[in-house]
Structures are given as C-alpha cells and as structure tokens.
Ligand binder design. Structure first.
Ligand code: IFM
Length: 452
C-alpha cells in the first residue's frame, strides 16, 4: 500500500477571497471596488448576482474560523479588500477596515491557524480604476503604499504574504476578453496591464524587505498554471502549445524568475507588445520567498487561425470527468506542473494555493448531510498527485483547498459551488460537506488517509 504521509510541517489550508465571501462591501467606510461596479451593471453576471451579501463573512468571520478549527486546518489563505483600507485607493487610511482584518488574524491565531494574506484578489478600488487602474504606471506605487500599510498593521502576526492572485486572469479576463471587471476588451491594453501588475508586485516586494514584517515573514506571488497538451503531433498544434504555454504559464513567471518575458508574447500580441525598460525588469525580477500555484485543470490545444490573438482552440476531453465549470479532471497534470516549475525556475518553495472543483451539490441536506462524492474523489486524486510531486523531489510546503465555503464565483455568481462547506444563501447556514469531512480526515492523518 502506498504511503501518502506528508512532511511534518506541511500546511493544510483552505482559501477564499474578500469579494467572494465577505459581503457588506461598503460597510464601515469602505470604498467601492471594480467588482462592485461590474456586478451592479446589468447583464455582466449570472442573474445579475453581486457580492453584496455573499457569505456574510464580514459579520460571521468568528463562526467561519470556528469551522476551520473543526476541519483541523492549520492555515487559512484570504485576501484583503484594498478599498476597505484605502476607500479612495490612495491617501486616507480607513482604520475600521484594518481593524476587521486585524480581528480576523487574531481569531485565527487563537486557534493556531496560520494566516496567509493575499493583497490583491481582483477587487481594485473603483477610485483607482477611474484614474486608469492597471493601465496607469503609477499603480505600482499606489499598490506598494497599500501593501506597506498592511505590512505595518499585520506584519507582527502574519508571516506569509502574497502580492497578487492570478495576474493572468486580471489581464485576460479583465482587459483582453472583458468577462471580468473592469470588462475591457482591448489587445493594446493587455500587455500594459501585465507589466503594471508585475511592477506593482516588484514594488511591494521591495517595500516588504524594508519593513519590519520582512524580518521574519515571507513574500511570494500566486499564479494559476494550466499545463498545455497538443491535440496532435502536427507542427501547427505543437506550435500552438508553445504559444499558449507562454501566454498562460510563462508570461508572469519568466520575468519574475528569469528576468525577461517569453519571446512568444511578441508573436501573440504583435505590435501591441512594447519593449520594456531594463530597470522595470530588474524591479520585477527581484527574489521572492515562495511561489503559490493555483491548479484546476489542463488544456488540450489545437491550432485555429481564426481565434486571435492566440490562434488556439481548447479541445474538450469528452471522455474525462468534467467539473461544473466544464474543467477536465486531470490530476496527473498537477504533478507535471510542479515538476516543471522546479525544473524551469529552480528549487523555490512551492505551495498549492488553490485546488478544488465546482460540482452540482444537492441544494439541501439529505438526512442532515451534503454528500459530494465527486469532490471527495477530486481531492483524493489531486492530493495524491501533490504527494507524488514531493516524492519526486518538489519542495512543496503546503496545500490550500479552494474553497473553504461555497461563494461568489465572479461572473458566474452563486451558480457554482466550490466549498468544503455548503452555504445555504437564504439563511447563511453552513454545513460541512462530505468533502470537508474527508479533507479533515486527510489532515488529521497528515495524508495517510489518502491510501484508502
Ligand atoms: O473562484 C476562483 C478564484 O477567485 C480564483 N481562482 C479560481 C477560482 C475558481 O474559479
């Protein structure tokens, strides 16, 4: 029988983000975010649903931390809503916003749950978007000022910090295809957004190193990676994989770890891809302490001349299990991507900062239970794949399930449930699903239960 025991100090966590769970987005003096505006604009989201209430975590955070305790988590990854801290994006600090996150951190520490803070998970203050948002070069300093404020406020208690969550989604969904806030579709904007996101990341890392939080704490970046497989061995399909891999997997990591952008971005964006100053690349490329990887699925890619700018079409894998977001369940690609990161970028400490699946769960408990066997299986297989990577020498330090709670899945509203814990949105009742119970068992056995 396989031994799936994980290293003794492994972090077993779950992740969420501010706009997806908190609700009360403008309470206590907070400024509106681009997601507030986007979701309140008709036809942008499923049934025009918004994060106004979400899981009401802003008011129920103590109960939610108690649930984390029940699951046995020893770490929790959450994000800070920038607009709660700086209602106008810059300048005036809103102490009540800081106080909320400070109380949350204290509550976690009370239960020996390590807080893992993400500074930006997509909810840019609207006031900053009105000044150009991620298109404005000044955003790097705006972000660094916000980051430094949080390092000072929480750095005595928070040891793990991430600058950005999934910059690729911000660029691709927010500025190239327009399905996420702020809803732009502009080939010429996308490269600027990528570059300013990375400059903001670099400036925040610099500020971290000179803050007292930087003395003992660690700072990193979180990217979503999706291994690309060719639909055939034709030269065109192999070339398509090279481009899509650069676009999704190397666009952010090459500049951070290797000091330059992949060549393929010229090919993809053409004249929209400028050349960047060397000093920017030096800022972006400074060392980080860890990398967070969000993994959900792989993609099989085929050449398609019509589909610009990538000239690629993802081929559905109809014989595999699909999740509720039509993502193929393909655990072995998790091992593959972890090994690839080590091979390409070196032995940086890695965390799986998100992994999980939406499935159609029973809307109400049956005999008091929410059974979600497909999600149990998803976790079993992906945790085994993570363990496999460790056995092959990957320096994997922790795993965060996405997500602790069912929550607001952005443009898909509340139609997709990713939680280990079911949320009845009409009453805000929480119920641990069978996947939550399963994860708790894996945690308490430090992985050994994966053998069953
Ligand atoms: O819900 C999102 C999260 O905000 C970022 N990573 C992917 C999740 C599932 O789509």
């Amino acid at each position: 029988m396989n031994d799936y025991t994980f290293p003794a100090d492994f972090l077993w966590g779950a992740a969420t983000s501010a706009y997806q769970i908190e609700g009360s987005p403008t309470a206590d003096g907070a400024g509106r975010s681009i997601w507030h505006r986007f979701s309140h604009t008709p036809s942008n989201t499923y049934l025009n649903q918004t994060g106004d209430v979400a899981c009401d975590h802003y008011r129920r955070y103590k109960d939610d931390v108690a649930l984390m305790g029940e699951l046995g988590l020893n770490a929790y990854r959450f994000s800070i809503a920038w607009g709660r801290i700086f209602p106008e994006g810059t300048g005036r600090v809103n102490q009540k916003g800081i106080d909320f996150y400070s109380r949350l951190v204290d509550e976690l520490l009370e239960r020996d749950i390590e807080p893992n803070v993400t500074l930006y998970h997509w909810d840019l203050p609207e006031a900053l978007d009105n000044r150009g948002g991620w298109l404005n070069r000044d955003i790097a300093n705006w972000f660094a000022d916000y980051a430094a404020t949080m390092f000072d406020a929480l750095g005595d208690r928070v040891a793990m910090w991430s600058t950005l969550n999934e910059p690729w989604v911000v660029m691709d969904g927010g500025y190239l295809f327009g399905v996420m806030a702020p809803g732009h579709s502009n080939l010429f904007e996308a490269p600027l957004v990528t570059h300013n996101l990375l400059r903001a990341h670099g400036c925040a890392v610099q500020r971290f190193r000179s803050s007292s939080a930087g003395n003992n704490g660690k700072i990193g970046l979180v990217v979503n990676l999706e291994p690309k497989y060719p639909a055939s061995q034709s030269a065109q399909d192999l070339d398509t994989v090279r481009r899509t891999d650069a676009y999704m997997n190397r666009q952010y990591l090459d500049p951070v770890f290797l000091g330059n952008y992949p060549e393929e971005l010229n090919e993809i964006f053409g004249e929209a891809w400028p050349s960047w100053p060397d000093e920017d690349l030096r800022l972006i490329g400074q060392p980080i302490d860890f990398l967070g990887i969000n993994y959900y699925t792989r993609k099989v890619e085929r050449y398609d001349a019509e589909l610009l700018p990538l000239r690629a079409k993802a081929v559905p894998q109809v014989e595999s299990t699909q999740t509720g977001t039509s993502w193929e369940v393909f655990p072995e690609a998790l091992t593959r991507i972890l090994l690839w990161v080590k091979e390409r970028y070196g032995d940086v400490p890695l965390y799986i900062t998100e992994n999980g699946a939406a499935f159609y769960d029973p809307p109400h408990p049956i005999d008091g239970k929410i059974e979600d066997p497909l999600r149990v299986e998803y976790y079993r297989q992906h945790l085994r794949a993570a363990h496999d990577a460790i056995s092959k020498g990957v320096n994997l330090r922790g795993y965060f399930a996405w997500s602790l709670l069912d929550n607001y899945e952005w443009a898909l509203g509340y139609s997709k449930r990713f939680g280990l814990v079911h949320v009845d949105y009409s009453t805000q009742t929480r119920r641990i699903k069978s996947s939550g119970r399963y994860y708790a068992k894996v945690i308490s056995s430090n992985g050994a239960a994966l053998a069953e």
